[in-house]
Ligand binder design. Structure first.
Ligand SMILES: *Cc1c(COP(=O)(O)O)cnc(C)c1O
Length: 376
């Protein structure tokens, strides 16, 4: 019989984590019975309480997505003028500034952590600076102590884009407790999803109250509108999904850790491929598996990307191109690539490999073989 190579089914960089459908149906039945589908319903309340407890934070306010959470966090603290941020992140980080008429000021990253380099922040501060918007990139914490010290010295607010940092703990403490506010994303591609969703983590009940007004058009009660708020509310179907996800999250995180360890072991002998190393005292979430293809690797990063694609494996170059090179940012003085040498280099080296709880060992081994073949 002639051997025919079957086309392999595609493998994507991630796959949404979906609990068994039959476990979701009872939630839907309750929604249908109560006819409460949005506007701070019972599942919304339960999810806010259960998530705060799970994450180890005092308060959080649920949102329809992470981008609306970011835009609203900036509104809640009345941030304006200039905000210092990283170019090495997803588009939403900087876009949330433009949606608030704020000028982004890009500062280079530390190439080891891929996070904002605190040593470069002070030189970017001007009289117009009001806040710092760092990202815990790939779920690896920023240097939160140093950043807070700078913020205190110069009287700046700090809002963390913690879209990647669900469940991350350092020294047993949630990384989400740092900054004036921190935002989460529960998008389908994230570690924890509510189809679409997000949250603002708040240090006290007063700021949560104001954020709750802002996400509901600014309504404080039936007849009082206290701010030009937006519609950022999470609906009951998404909140129900969150409650169900929470029951499965620990297993999902364990699976991710095991997959990450296999990648780490596979590439440990290859000097021209660097895998991101998490600090020792970190409870990490293994949200991503970035691989940094060094200049002396026999195949370029884009060559590896194409090689995988030819095998129907769709890795992603997170984060390439840099935000600072997008048309709406590239004219800014801080966007020049000579000022962002680390971010520019890392963006040229990075390729994020598939990692999600249901990735099979067979698929992962096949993928590893293709990557290792480029080392010969
Ligand atoms: C996913 C993501 C966002 C946006 O979240 P959405 O829920 O998709 O709106 C913001 N910042 C970063 C760093 C992200 O990865």
């Amino acid at each position: 019989m002639p051997t025919m190579t079957q086309p392999q089914p595609p493998i994507f960089v991630t796959e949404p984590h979906l609990p068994p459908l039959e476990e979701f149906l009872p939630y839907l039945e309750r929604i249908w019975a109560s006819k409460r589908i949005t506007n701070s319903g019972p599942f919304h309340h339960q999810l806010e309480a259960q998530l705060a407890a799970y994450l180890g934070v005092d308060h959080l306010s649920l949102f329809a997505n992470g981008t609306l959470a970011l835009v609203t966090a900036l509104q809640a603290l009345r941030i304006g003028g200039e905000v210092i941020t990283t170019p090495y992140t997803f588009a939403a980080t900087a876009h949330s500034l433009l949606w608030n008429n704020i000028k982004p000021v890009f500062v280079d990253i530390d190439p080891d952590t891929c996070n904002l380099d605190p040593e470069r922040i002070e030189e970017a501060i001007t009289p117009a600076t009001t806040a710092i918007l760092p990202v815990h990139c790939y779920g690896i914490p920023c240097d939160v102590e140093r950043i807070q010290q700078i913020a205190d010295t110069y009287g700046l607010k700090v809002i963390y884009d913690a879209a990647h940092a669900f469940g991350v703990k350092k020294g047993g403490q949630s990384i989400l407790r740092h900054g004036d506010l921190a935002i989460l994303s529960f998008h389908a591609t994230k570690v924890f999803n509510t189809f679409e969703g997000g949250a603002i983590v708040c240090p006290d009940a007063k700021i949560k109250q104001r954020i709750d007004y802002l996400k509901n058009f600014g309504f404080a009660d039936e007849v009082t509108v206290v701010a030009p708020g937006i519609n950022g509310k999470m609906n009951e179907v998404s909140a129900a999904m969150g409650l169900l996800q929470l029951k499965h999250i620990d297993q999902a995180l364990d699976n991710r850790a095991a997959i990450y360890r296999r990648y780490q072991q596979a590439f440990s002998g290859c000097e021209t491929l660097r895998v991101l190393e998490a600090p020792a005292d970190l409870d990490w979430n293994h949200a991503y598996c970035p691989l940094f293809v060094q200049a002396d690797h026999p195949v370029s990063r884009d060559g590896l990307y194409e090689r995988l694609k030819a095998h129907n494996i769709h890795a992603r170059r997170y984060f390439y191109p840099l935000i600072s090179s997008f048309p709406m940012y590239r004219g800014l003085p801080s966007a020049a690539s000579r000022l962002l040498p680390n971010a520019t280099r890392i963006a040229e080296q990075v390729i994020c490999l598939p990692i999600y709880p249901s990735l099979s060992t067979d698929d992962q081994e096949r993928l590893i073989d293709i990557v290792l073949q480029t080392a010969q």
